[in-house]
Ligand binder design. Structure first.
Ligand SMILES: [Zn+2]
Length: 295
């Protein structure tokens, strides 16, 4: 149990999709909450993102289908079922990332227990991702803070393709994505992409992370970092082939935590599909504890 001061965590009972046993890892959000709920965190519960908030990123046509939970050309590429309950869960998660970002600006670090839906585009869903919560949060923050400079550090095993495209023309954003080359999705152009070979392992991964993040430091000074901390880089993940150990992922997270220690950072879980779901939950909890300086 942590003895240091609690950090700021965001969770809503609406995130709980553990009844969706047919959807890969859908139960992990509730399990992650159960893993952390007895520790000394400050819990914050988001509401549901309203349509005007979602429209800061997504097109009217796509939102028409999504909000009505309609299976269509726009929503079908999420490759997961869509119904009212899932729509509600995703809208709560998007509002959760908005809330976590605001908390991070105030307290230095905050984590949403869902979110990181980086394959979502303005006009369609893709790869388990309906709403691009990180870009939604950025656009909401900019209302009061125009010109806010944001770095997105995306270390999910899959490239943040939706995020890359949505933020391509924003000069006050730096998108960094380090991902497995021969894996989903079709790659888009981030500010800085690092394509990794399958089967890389801890040592080479950490070396490349170090070298490439230094380039970010040289060219960009963010006011806020979004850390898209996918744990599908894990060696026993069903959808990733980078072969990192739990210890290697801990070192990755520690490296990100210490990268720009004076810049507020918000974390979102993103992917994690270990063959044993308990490993996924353990890894997401490990990320949160490390980023908050608990371990
Ligand atoms: Zn992923």
């Amino acid at each position: 149990m942590p003895t240091k001061k609690a950090g700021e965590l965001v969770y809503s009972p609406l995130y709980d999709l553990s009844d969706y046993t047919h959807v890969l890892s859908a139960g992990k959000f509730r399990m992650l909450y159960d893993e952390l709920k007895h520790e000394r965190w400050n819990w914050h519960e988001p509401g549901i993102a309203d349509e005007a908030t979602l429209a800061r990123v997504h097109t009217k046509k796509y939102l028409g289908d999504f909000l009505a939970a309609r299976l269509s050309e726009k929503t079908m590429h999420a490759e997961v079922p869509i119904d009212d309950r899932i729509v509600e869960a995703v809208r709560a998660a998007a509002q959760g990332t908005v809330l976590a970002a605001e908390l991070a600006l105030k307290h230095g670090v905050a984590s949403n227990l869902s979110g990181g839906f980086h394959h979502s585009f303005a006009d369609h869903a893709e790869g388990f991702c309906f709403l691009n919560d990180v870009v939604i949060a950025l656009r909401v923050l900019r209302q009061k803070r125009p010109g806010l400079k944001v770095a997105v550090i995306d270390l999910d095993v899959h490239q943040g393709n939706g995020t890359a495209v949505l933020l391509q023309n924003d000069e006050n954003v730096y998108t960094f994505s380090m991902h497995e080359k021969d894996n989903y999705p079709v790659k888009q152009r981030s500010s800085h992409d690092v394509d990794l070979a399958s089967g890389l392992g801890d040592a080479e991964y950490l070396k490349l992370l170090h070298e490439n993040l230094e380039i970010l430091r040289e060219v960009f000074s963010p006011d806020l970092i979004f850390y898209v901390a996918g744990v599908d880089v894990y060696k026993d993940d069903a959808l990733g082939g980078l072969e990192l150990s739990m210890q290697g992922i801990a070192e990755r997270d520690r490296y990100v935590k210490n990268f720009m220690p004076d810049v507020p950072i918000v974390t979102v879980p993103a992917g994690g599909y270990a063959r044993n779901i308990n490993d996924t939950v353990k890894l997401h909890a490990q990320t949160i504890r490390i980023l908050h300086g608990i371990i």
